[in-house]
Write a protein that binds this ligand. Sequence first.
Ligand code: NDP
Ligand code: GDR
Length: 377
Amino acid sequence: MASKNETPRSGSETTVAAVANGGEEPASPKRKIALVTGITGQDGSYLTEFLLNKGYEVHGLIRRSSNFNTQRINHIYIDPHNAPKALMKLHYADLTDASSLRRWLDIILPDEVYNLAAQSHVAVSFEIPDYTADVVATGALRLLEAVRSHVAATGRSHIRYYQAGSSEMFGSTPPPQSESTPFHPRSPYAASKCAAHWYTVNYREAYGIFACNGILFNHESPRRGENFVTRKITRAVGRIKIGLQSKLFLGNLQASRDWGFAGDYVEAMWLMLQQETPDDYVVATEESHTVQEFLEVAFGYVGLNWKDHVVIDKRYFRPAEVDNLKGDASKAKEVLGWKPKVGFEQLVKMMVDEDIEMAKREKVLVDAGYMDAQQQP
Ligand code: NDP
Ligand code: GDR
């Protein structure tokens, strides 16, 4: 897999059309091209699968890491050395580097841009607020500005932009939360997402860019990062069930979230960019559950009692909490025709099932002496 992390040829070394089509023939005029930031994340992987199924060519911007960070998309990666027409391509860039964003826009010539990249952990944003604002707020501004200047230089005004907004922007404003609910952010992450939201509205109003904000409520999956509460719980359930772990340390169990399935939510992102006019949409299941309810379903599903395993650790409480999020997704239902397919219990069970299988594989390694049983995920 090493070749995917080699820097692709730059525009100065080959023609724009050749790079966009893997160095072969010019791209088919009918095939749409998407540029996705955050392609290595949970949503990036589901969105890429979705777009490839729709016949898109997908270009993902990845940031440099000392380890490969492409685990979530390895199953759809085809080495362009073996298959020059591979439809997913990866390029190095970073939301903190404006020059890289503009350069890849000029080379790739996308029809749609999905800005999913973020320092997306709320608790971590209190630890690294400056960096969080740089990536989440100013990063979105850099990408919008790159789109604006690219359109001005090329006349490609049909380009469409999606901004990954968050229910965290509502913060302490009570539910149900809709597009008209005032924002009251409770973390550096949420405040940065508010800035990104308004930059997006401003570029739409000021420059006529087709830019949409998706205000997405929490969405989870077996690909969710392991330090978000749902996956932390289902990973622990798998390991406890298989005998690799006995305790699970958590913070506030009374927070309530509107949890949906990430695979359903990426369709809403795409639908927003297929409308006649750009707009902002709340995407949610309209059902809310506490962290404790999540624990009850996840542990109960494998015949365990969460109270025997969960230990409250103050370390996981936040300086300011968001107590209750529950979306009103009427507009997305009416205008986009979108609705969630996976319900709360089905989501929890899907995640537990996958994490039991992962724990079984870990157990084989532990029994063979290749892994420490105490190693926490
Ligand atoms: P993840 O944390 O799983 O993925 C974040 C992605 O952003 C990763 O690909 C990461 O790369 C990339 N990234 C981080 N920093 C940079 C940077 N400086 N430059 C370029 N790329 C960077 O998030 P999700 O997939 O869960 O969420 C996608 C987006 O949706 C995020 O913007 C998030 O804030 C937002 N959102 C998510 C919700 C959810 O419930 N999942 C709800 C509402 C909004 P790497 O792999 O190298 O870390
Ligand atoms: P959230 O997700 O902050 O809603 O942001 P997270 O899963 O981190 O927290 C949800 C709730 O669970 C409580 N909690 C814990 N959280 C974590 N991470 N770890 C714990 O041990 C723990 N114990 C209790 C939290 O206090 C919180 O109330 C997610 C991210 O994906 C954002 O990027 C996205 O914008 C929002 O969802 C919508």
